[in-house]
Design a protein around this ligand. Structure first.
Ligand code: HEC
Length: 291
């Protein structure tokens, strides 16, 4: 009995470890399943703790409980009142299903180890039920992750992550490879680039700088005054790094360098267009050097 007990404990611990590892391995696969996993682990852990504590309490009671018996044994004049057990007491008794001390000799296996006897107690129901729960859970796990295809296996989620990483790497390299920067940028004048620049402008910038560059929250682009310089290199720099404390975002992480070059070139075509409702000039006068 003892060795069975020990073995089952080892099995339980092994299953537990397996669960914890699968939670870690599957952490990206399916959030709802993962959620259940994590919480099942916590619930089981809490149950084990509670039951272990109650076991301790039981041992303590058995060990030190004689004192109580002596007292009640001494009070012979009063009939022992048979009190109905409360819900928790009943639950406790059910979950342990212990043979009362006075019937222990019925389950004595007759082994005597230096005065320590072995009892053939049945496995405590609380433990057995947890064991059944873990078996059921194991079956559910196998079904979900290995048979039904609902959950992704470790190799599947790994492959998926690799694929995502490859796409991100490609995107990153694409951003890096078109390597115009604030030192090398020149104004573009071809229609295709300017059309592209306008597209970027309308989508990202018009909300603050106005559809026609007349200025709204952000400065007017149609006058000759600039807060951060009116050269293409200045514009490129402002757009790439932003003026974040003044509400102008750093676009370098979302617009690739060629895009910034295109939108900056487009902005420069707005110079002197005189749209209605212009925002008052801000910054310093900038006159492009005559080439
Ligand atoms: C959320 C509002 C907002 C958006 C969107 C925005 N900007 Fe700005 N932008 C500003 C503000 C505010 C300033 C002024 C910063 C300052 O006061 O220094 C500014 C400044 C600038 C300047 C410098 C102007 C000067 O006078 O030197 C440029 C160039 C510029 N933005 C381009 C762009 C481009 C290109 C986009 C789109 C990709 C864009 N902005 C989107 C708010 C915005």
């Amino acid at each position: 009995m003892n060795s069975i007990n020990k073995m089952s404990k080892i099995v339980l611990v092994a299953m537990f470890t397996f669960f914890v590892q699968s939670v870690k391995a599957q952490s990206n696969a399916n959030s709802i399943l993962d959620w259940t996993y994590e919480h099942i682990i916590f619930i089981l852990a809490a149950l084990v703790t509670i039951l272990a504590l109650s076991a301790l309490a039981y041992v303590a009671k058995v060990t030190f409980g004689t004192y109580e018996n002596e007292i009640s044994g001494g009070a012979e004049m009063s009939q022992p009142v048979k009190k109905e057990d409360g819900f928790f007491k009943k639950l406790y008794n059910k979950s342990w299903n212990l043979i009362p001390m006075d019937r222990e000799k019925d389950i004595d296996l007759g082994h005597d180890y230096d005065g320590i006897r072995e009892l053939d107690n049945s496995l405590p129901p609380w433990w057995l039920y947890m064991f059944y729960i873990t078996i059921t859970w194991g079956a559910i796990y196998i079904y979900i992750y290995h048979i039904s295809g609902i959950g992704k296996s470790q190799i599947e989620s790994y492959n998926e992550e690799v694929k995502t990483a490859e796409i991100e790497t490609k995107r990153y390299l694409a951003l890096q490879s078109n390597s115009v920067d604030e030192l090398s940028v020149v104004t573009l004048s071809d229609a295709a680039s300017l059309a592209n620049g306008k597209k970027i402008y309308v989508a990202n910038c018009a909300a603050c700088h106005g559809m026609e560059g007349q200025g709204l929250v952000g400065p007017n682009f149609t006058d000759k005054y600039w807060k951060h310089g009116g050269d293409i290199k200045d514009l490129f720099k402002t757009i790439k790094y932003g003026v974040t404390d003044k509400g102008m975002q750093a676009w370098g992480s979302t617009i690739p360098p060629t895009g910034i070059q295109e939108v900056a070139s487009y902005i420069l075509t707005l110079q002197g267009t005189n749209p209605p409702n212009p925002k008052a000039p801000e910054g310093e006068l900038y006159e492009p050097e005559a080439k």
